[in-house]
Each structure stands twice: as structure tokens, then as C-alpha cells.
Design a protein around this ligand. Structure first.
Ligand code: GLC
Length: 721
């Protein structure tokens, strides 16, 4: 391979239909500061096609469909070396940025199932749909630890706990990659690292953390990805303690490649090599930015021109070693070999028709929505029985906001809204939808009047509120990528709608459809029933209706704390002991809703917590607890296990999740749940940054949530061998 051919493998461009769509959408003007749309004003479509034939492009992202993939692969087959193209896409919760695919619940919603096997299946199905369209690589899982709900991308994560994020992220990656067969794709661990707690809550803002916190909170989910064999990483937008991730040799080479032995390749995030120059200002020129990024460990450039030419020039002048090309091109070519692209780079149209949004996948998406829905409060109003007339209203009641971010506009018939779900499930009573106005950013108080006026005529009122993450409604978005808010209250006039309806009818159920935690204490204090549905995907409307009716017994649990208000940020359950050394004077120090919390239509009792009094630092400790269904309906319970290192040479969280089990219990049934705790469950970075288990007293806790009142506790003494 020539220098240019090696460098060509490191170049990714947006696909041509995306280019054309963007150029039209922005009237030929390059979108400013967009992470979502791009075209190249100095390059024509034909010139890009010619670059493919010349081997100057190795990958595309955002291809529209398999027809475009086919056309571009045909061009690649005309190149000297006939190296096939690698197609990447944001298949974050299903292959949803392509039309006619299965749209599963978002990552935050899926995490509320605490169901590793389900997520593994969803990733497998997603991979099958991605490959069926001729694409090979998803920029997923997002395994950032989310600790600031002002951040619009919180809904893309598996929540705030490093252990749970690690477990669920691995389930996704193993489902995506499998054995790199014809139905498998490359996974991408992103964004490395620390974007989940931007210092001011805005996407890409700095984090400044100690190496201790990096290793204790931010690194574990990414290390778990490497151990699970993830083949690609994506660097984060943000700087980490002064060094932008894209120029951070400590992160990308010292930790990722040398300490963790990562064998795959690293892709930049959107324009983030250029941002070393024009945002972070650590490179005086864009060419200098290329050198910094490639030397730090970046292997592929997302996206467009401005990378190949300086890269080749610097290698030829000796400013850059050709070994960086060999490293990068070698990893990228290995991926293409593993995926079988050299044998067959083309998608199969008949296979795609069979696989995309097939019945099996649709059933999985519905099951996931059913398991993800969280019952936060129920004073007895739910499930709705013997109601003859139900009103449903609210800005998220009858549209596709339930699908969340990273979704292309899907055909209406492919998405079941909450109202449509209600009409179908509540087939024995009348369900009226009254439009209260759908805009969250420009609310219409006139439109509130009708549902308020009518409320008293109904046996119950369902008010569906929350946020709007829809990528194709950008001006209306209140959540999602680059849509960060300083407040975590309900946007617009939603609280006003709820209060005025509640004044007319006490039988109110508030259903939250939202992509980030929303803290509204008034709702918790006054409304008799509250459901957190997050963004439950294309079948979320049906699943919500089934929960409201009692056809499904809710079992979801929060994987992120919901703060009382934005002033309480950053609140997370695994905080240090001194975090609330003194309480707030003006608000409670407890969160509105706790990590791990979620109710059921039945009740469970935890008993017989069995913990050995003594153990040794190299032991695997077995803990068990009995869980009994003390109610009269069957249900799934997510039993959780937390530990605390009571005294340690460096401070430790008041509790840390170290195990969980989802179990099914019929009324009156008891099951013994067993947890195995390896030494790593007790290990931490001691005062000298050694990763060890210190002898001493630990508290072992099991129960239905992270709330102290929900936990049984026992002491374990850890001894030196
Ligand atoms: C965006 C996002 C990243 C995504 C990429 C490609 O900037 O940060 O998560 O995968 O661009 O769409």
C-alpha cells in the first residue's frame, strides 16, 4: 500500500445522500456547530466518488440505505486494491436512523430493565438489521456514567452507576459483535472519557477530575468494554483535566492501548480533531491538530477533507512516523477482514426485507418497553379498574416523542403513541384524547383550557408530559444531543396543565415521557400515581397502556437518581460520606427519587440476609437473601446488592452497587437470591493508588432500592490471608 492508500483507510466521510440532504436543508450554507449535519462545499459529489476510486476514503457514516451502500461499494471495487468501505451508523437503540427499522427503547429506558440478557438480544437484533442494510459498525454503546441530568444526552446512557453501566454495556457489545459473523457488527465504546458530568451540564464541556476518580468512576465501563473485546472506541468531545480527549495520549495510548491492551481502532468524534484548533485552542493550525490527534492515538478521522493531505505530507516529511499509518490502517483493514467484507461487500436486498422490523424484533421491542416502565408512585389509583370514561392529554400523549433521540422520522404506522395504545388496550371504556398543545418551547395557554374544562367529566385523567428529543424536530427539542438545559423542571406549561386538571379531578395519573431526569416535587407530593416511562420506543404507547390497565405489572427501576431540582445537581446515590455533612437550608438533601427505586402492583419482602461474618481478601464471598411476593399478583423484582467499606485509607462511597438479579415471583412465592462477590467487588484505590482490598469492616446491603429504608444490612469482616 502507498502512504496515501494507508492514509485513505483512516478517512471517513458523510455519505452522499446525507451530503445532498444537508446542502438542501441549509440552503447550501455549511451548518454552524452542527454535530448532526454536514456537507463539503469545496468538494462535489463526483469528486467524492472519484476519491473512493482513488482509495482516498476508507469509511462512510450516515448512509441512507442499502442502495447507497451498494453504489459506494461498487466504486470502491474500482480502486487499485479493491478495499471495501466500512460503513458506520448511530444505531443507538435499534437501527433507527434508517427508515423502516425496529425502534427499541432508548439506553436509559433499557437500563431500567436491569436485564443483561434482554439487552444482549436487542443488540443482536440491531446488528442483524444494520448488516442487512450493508452497514457494519454502530457508534454504540455509550458507556458514559451519567451524573448531571442537565446534560441532554443522559438518555443515551445506562445511568449513573459504573457497575451497572459496565454490565449493560458489555451485554450490548457482545450482542453487536458476537463472533463477527455475517449478522454481526463492530461496536464502539464511547465517548472516552468523562462527558457524563460536564462541569456546567453542557455537551462537550470540560471535566477536571483526579486520576483516582477517573479510575473509580469513569474508566470501569470502558475497561469492561476492552475486556469484552470491543473493537472500536470513540474519543470524547471534552477535555479531561486540561488535555482534550482527542489529543490525550495518556487516555488513548497509555491507558487504552498499553495498560488495557486494547486491540482495535479509535475513531474521532465529529470534527473533534479540527476542534483541537478551533475550540480547545491547543493546536495553532488544523494540520497541527491532525498531528496531535494521530500521535495521541486516533486512527480514523470523522469526517471529510482536511485530514488526508496533511497526514500524508507529515509522514513524507518525517514529522509523523509512517508507523502511525501502519497501526491505524492495519486495525481498520483487520476489521474489514473480520467482517468478511473482502469476500462480499454488498448488502442483500431480499435479506433486508426479511429482517428489518421483523415480527421477532418488534416483539422484543415491546417486551423491553414493558420491562422498562417504572412505577414511581401509586396511592391505589392504579391499575385503572372499572373506569368508564378516561381522558388522556398532555404534549406527549399522541405523538412519536416516545421514540427518543437518534431516530429518523419513522412511518406513523410503525409507532404506537400513548393515546393509540390506550384506545387499543382500554377496549371496554371510552378514551378521549384532548389536545393541550404539543409545543414545549412555545406553549399555548389557550389550548390548556379545554382539557381543564373537561377534566371533571371523566373517571380518570392521564396526563403525558416530559421532553422532546426528536432529532427531526430540532427547533422544538428540549432534550437530546446538544440540547442541554440549566433546569430539570418540566419545560413549558406542563406543570400548569397538571395543577389545573388536578384541581378539577383528583384521579390523575402523570406519565413522564422524557430523555433526562425531570425533578418536579409538586407532582410527587400531590399526584396519586406517577409513571416514569423514559423513551420506551415504538411500542412504548402500548406498553404504557398495558401498565395503566394492569395487564402488565411494572417492574422497572431507576438507574439514575432524580434530583429534587437543578440546584441539587450533582446528586448521585454513590456519593461520599461528607457530601451531606451539612444539609441544604432551602431544599431536602435527599433526591426526589432514588437510584434503584421502582414500585410494583404487588409487594415484596426481603428476609434471611445471609452474610459470612468473616472472609479473606482473596475470597469470593457468597451472600444470599430471600425475596417473597407478599401481594396477590405475579411480578418481576430486581433485587439489588450494595456494599460499603466502613473504614478505608481513602474515602469510599456510602454505598456501591455490586450485584443485581431480576427474578419472577408468583403471589406467596419465595426465592433465595444468591450473589457472588469476587475480590474486585471489595477492591479500591487506596491512599497510595494501589488497587487492593483492605482488611476491615464492610457493610453488605440487599433490597429493592438504594434507599436505606429498603435495605437489609449485615457486617462482614475482611481479613488478611
Ligand atoms: C456526534 C456524537 C457521536 C456520534 C457521532 C456520529 O457528534 O457525539 O456520539 O456517534 O457524532 O453521528
Amino acid at each position: 500500500m502507498t502512504i496515501k492508500e494507508k492514509a485513505g483507510q483512516m478517512c471517513q466521510y458523510v455519505a452522499l445522500e446525507h451530503y445532498k440532504h444537508t446542502k438542501k436543508l441549509f440552503n447550501g450554507k455549511v451548518p454552524k456547530n452542527s454535530d448532526q449535519y454536514a456537507f463539503y462545499p469545496d468538494l462535489s459529489i463526483q469528486e467524492i466518488k472519484d476519491m473512493v476510486v482513488k482509495g482516498e476514503i476508507g469509511s462512510f457514516l450516515h448512509a441512507k440505505d442499502l442502495n447507497e451502500v451498494h453504489e459506494l461499494q461498487q466504486l470502491a471495487m474500482k480502486s487499485r486494491l479493491k478495499i471495501p468501505l466500512l460503513f458506520g451508523i448511530d444505531a443507538i437503540h435499534g437501527h433507527a436512523v434508517v427508515e423502516g427499522t425496529t425502534v427499541y427503547p432508548t439506553e436509559l429506558s433499557l437500563s431500567s430493565t436491569w436485564n443483561n440478557n434482554l439487552l444482549y438480544e436487542i443488540a443482536k437484533e440491531t446488528a442483524q438489521e444494520v448488516r442487512a442494510t450493508g452497514m457494519h459498525w454502530t457508534f454504540s454503546p455509550n458507556v458514559e456514567v451519567a451524573r448531571d441530568p442537565r446534560w441532554g444526552r443522559t438518555g443515551e446512557t445506562f445511568g449513573e452507576d459504573p457497575f451497572l453501566v459496565s454490565q449493560l454495556g458489555v451485554a450490548f457489545t457482545k450482542g453487536y459483535q458476537g463472533n463477527f459473523g455475517k449478522d454481526n457488527i463492530l461496536a464502539c465504546a464511547k465517548h472516552f472519557v468523562g462527558g457524563g458530568e460536564p462541569f456546567n451540564g453542557t455537551n462537550g464541556a470540560p471535566i477536571d477530575v483526579s486520576e483516582r476518580q477517573l479510575r473509580e468512576i469513569w474508566f470501569p465501563p470502558f475497561k469492561a468494554q476492552v475486556d469484552a473485546g470491543v473493537y472500536t472506541f470513540m474519543a470524547a468531545h471534552n477535555e479531561v483535566s486540561g488535555i482534550p480527549a482527542h489529543a490525550n495520549k495518556f487516555l488513548l495510548t497509555d491507558i487504552l492501548r498499553h495498560e488495557w491492551n486494547f486491540k482495535g481502532f479509535i475513531v474521532s468524534d465529529w470534527d473533534d480533531i479540527e476542534h483541537l484548533h478551533d475550540i480547545h485552542h491547543i493546536a495553532a493550525t488544523k494540520d497541527e491538530a491532525v498531528k496531535l490527534a494521530v500521535n495521541a492515538g486516533i486512527d480514523m478521522h470523522m469526517h471529510g477533507p482536511g485530514f488526508l493531505v496533511p497526514l500524508c505530507r507529515m509522514v513524507k516529511t518525517g514529522e509523523l512516523s509512517e508507523s502511525v499509518l501502519n497501526r491505524a490502517a492495519g486495525k481498520i483493514l483487520k476489521a474489514k477482514f473480520m467482517l468478511g467484507l473482502f469476500e462480499n461487500p454488498y448488502p442483500d436486498k431480499t435479506y433486508a426485507r426479511k429482517v428489518l422490523r421483523c415480527e421477532k424484533h418488534r416483539k422484543t421491542a415491546l417486551q423491553a418497553a414493558r420491562e422498562a416502565i417504572i412505577l414511581l408512585k401509586n396511592d391505589g389509583l392504579l391499575p385503572l379498574k372499572n373506569k368508564k370514561k378516561i381522558m388522556i392529554t398532555g404534549p406527549n400523549a399522541n405523538n412519536e416523542r416516545i421514540v427518543g433521540d437518534w431516530v429518523l422520522k419513522q412511518p406513523d404506522e410503525n409507532v404506537i403513541t400513548v393515546y393509540e395504545g390506550m384506545k387499543d388496550v382500554f377496549d371496554n371504556c371510552s378514551v378521549d384524547y384532548i389536545n393541550s398543545g404539543e409545543s414545549l418551547r412555545h406553549p399555548d395557554n389557550e389550548k390548556l383550557k379545554l382539557p381543564v374544562a373537561k377534566a371533571s367529566e371523566y373517571d380518570a385523567v392521564i396526563i403525558v408530559v416530559g421532553s422532546n428529543s426528536l432529532r427531526y424536530q430540532d427547533p422544538e427539542k428540549t432534550c437530546g444531543e446538544n440540547i442541554d438545559r440549566a433546569n430539570i423542571n418540566l419545560p413549558g406549561n406542563q406543570l400548569k396543565l397538571i395543577k389545573e386538571i388536578y384541581a378539577k379531578n383528583k384521579n390523575v395519573v402523570v406519565v413522564l415521557v422524557n430523555g433526562r431526569p425531570l425533578g418536579e416535587p409538586w407532582i410527587k407530593e400531590n399526584i396519586p400515581a406517577v409513571i416514569e416511562a423514559w423513551e420506551p420506543g415504538a411500542y412504548g404507547g402500548q406498553a404504557i397502556a398495558e401498565v395503566l390497565k394492569g395487564k402488565i405489572n411494572p417492574s422497572g427501576k431507576l438507574t439514575i437518581s432524580i434530583p429534587y431540582c437543578s440546584g441539587q445537581i450533582n446528586y448521585f446515590y454513590n456519593h461520599k460520606p461528607s457530601s451531606f455533612f451539612h444539609p441544604y437550608r432551602d431544599i431536602p438533601s435527599e433526591p426526589l427519587w432514588y437510584f434503584g427505586y421502582g414500585l410494583s402492583y404487588t409487594t415484596y419482602r426481603y428476609s434471611e440476609l445471609n452474610v459470612p461474618e468473616n472472609a479473606y481478601i482473596n475470597d469470593t464471598v457468597t451472600v444470599s437473601v430471600n425475596v417473597t411476593n407478599t401481594g396477590n399478583v405475579s411480578g418481576d423484582e430486581i433485587a439489588q446488592l450494595y456494599i460499603r467499606d466502613n473504614y478505608s485509607s481513602a474515602t469510599r462511597p456510602v454505598k456501591e452497587l455490586k450485584g443485581y438479579k431480576r427474578i419472577h415471583l408468583n403471589p406467596g412465592e419465595t426465592k433465595k437470591v444468591e450473589f457472588k462477590l469476587p475480590p474486585s467487588a471489595f477492591a479500591f484505590y487506596d491512599i497510595n493508588m494501589n488497587y487492593i482490598v483492605e482488611p476491615g469492616e464492610f457493610t453488605i446491603m440487599t433490597g429493592s432500592s438504594s434507599r436505606d429504608e429498603d435495605l437489609l444490612k449485615k457486617t462482614l469482616i475482611m481479613n488478611n490471608r
